[in-house]
Write a protein that binds this ligand. Structure first.
Ligand SMILES: CC(C)(COP(=O)(O)OP(=O)(O)OC[C@H]1O[C@@H](n2cnc3c(N)ncnc32)[C@H](O)[C@@H]1OP(=O)(O)O)[C@@H](O)C(=O)NCCC(=O)NCCS
Length: 226
C-alpha cells in the first residue's frame, strides 16, 4: 500500500491538503474519520465526492498503517492531539508534505509532519519544526525559527530572524517585523503587524499589534503542552 491518509478528515481544510497531495501527483488513499457519528463537523462535500475510501479510526485495517499520514487541522492543539491519536492506532509515518508550488531554500529545514500549502516561500536557513502548518502564500523569512505545531495563516509575511513559539497561531495576513518573538500558544490576529515580542499565551491584534485584554491563547481554546 502506498500513498497518503488524512487523519482527521472532517474539517473543511482537509480539501486543501488533499489538493496539495493531488498537485504532487500522489495518491490520497484513505480518509480517516476520527469523530463520533453525531459530531457536528461534516466531511467537505467536494472531498466526499472525490471517491477516496473513508474509514472510521475504530475500523482501520493492517494495510492502512503503511500509508504516510497528514493531519489537516489548522488549530495547533488539535494537530498535537491527533498526531498522538494516529500513532496510538498504529500509524508511524508522518513525512513533511510540501506543495509542489512551494519554494524552499536549499539551506532551510522542515521537520516531519509539517505541511506547506501552495505558493509558500521559505528563505535560507529557516527552520520549521514538527507539524508546523504554513498556509497559502506565506513568506517565511531567512533564519526564522518556527516551533513545533505552530500555524501560519494564509499570506503571513515574516521578516528575517523571527521566532514563532510552539503552538502559536498567526491569523491571515499577519506581518512580523525582523527579530520579533511570538511566544508559545500565542495568537496573532488577522492582519496584525507585530513590531515587538508577544508573550506566551497572549492574543494580539492591530497595527502595531497590541494585547487584547482578557483574551488568552492557544487558538481554539486548546494549548500545545510544552
Ligand atoms: C484575534 C482573534 C483570534 C480574536 O478572536 P476572538 O477572541 O473571538 O475575539 P473577538 O472577535 O471577541 O474580538 C475582540 C476584539 O478584538 C477586535 N479584533 C478581533 N480580531 C481583530 C483583528 N484581527 N484585528 C483587529 N481587531 C480585531 C474585535 O473587533 C473586538 O474589538 P471590540 O472589543 O472593540 O469590539 C480573531 O479575531 C482573529 O483575527 N483570528 C484569525 C483567524 C484567521 O486569520 N484564520 C486563518 C484561518 S486559515
Amino acid at each position: 500500500v502506498s500513498g497518503w491518509a488524512l487523519y482527521g478528515c472532517r474539517t473543511s481544510y482537509a480539501l486543501e491538503v488533499a489538493e496539495t497531495i493531488w498537485r504532487r501527483g500522489e495518491d490520497l488513499a484513505l480518509l480517516v474519520d476520527n469523530l463520533p457519528a453525531d459530531h457536528e463537523a461534516e466531511l467537505d462535500g467536494t472531498l466526499a465526492a472525490a471517491g477516496v475510501p473513508l474509514r472510521a479510526s475504530a475500523e482501520l485495517r493492517d494495510g492502512d498503517f503503511s500509508l504516510d499520514v497528514a493531519v489537516p487541522l489548522i488549530t495547533p492543539g488539535h494537530r498535537f492531539a491527533l498526531e498522538a491519536e494516529a500513532r496510538s492506532f498504529g500509524f508511524a509515518s508522518f513525512p513533511a508534505l510540501l506543495d509542489p508550488t512551494a519554494t524552499l531554500a536549499r539551506t532551510a529545514r522542515v521537520e516531519d509532519g509539517s505541511i506547506l500549502n501552495a505558493a509558500v516561500v521559505v528563505a535560507g536557513a529557516a527552520h520549521l519544526g514538527r507539524f508546523v502548518h504554513v498556509n497559502r502564500s506565506c513568506s517565511v523569512g531567512h533564519h526564522n525559527r518556527i516551533g513545533d505545531f505552530a500555524s501560519l495563516g494564509p499570506g503571513c509575511v515574516l521578516a528575517g530572524q523571527v521566532t514563532v513559539g510552539r503552538g502559536a497561531f498567526l491569523g491571515a495576513g499577519a506581518v512580523c517585523a525582523p527579530r520579533v518573538t511570538v511566544g508559545a500558544n500565542a495568537i496573532v490576529g488577522a492582519g496584525a503587524v507585530v513590531v515587538g515580542d508577544v508573550p506566551p499565551g497572549a492574543v494580539v491584534v492591530g497595527n502595531p499589534a497590541q494585547l487584547l485584554p482578557g483574551k488568552e491563547g492557544g487558538y481554539g481554546g486548546t494549548r500545545v503542552p510544552e
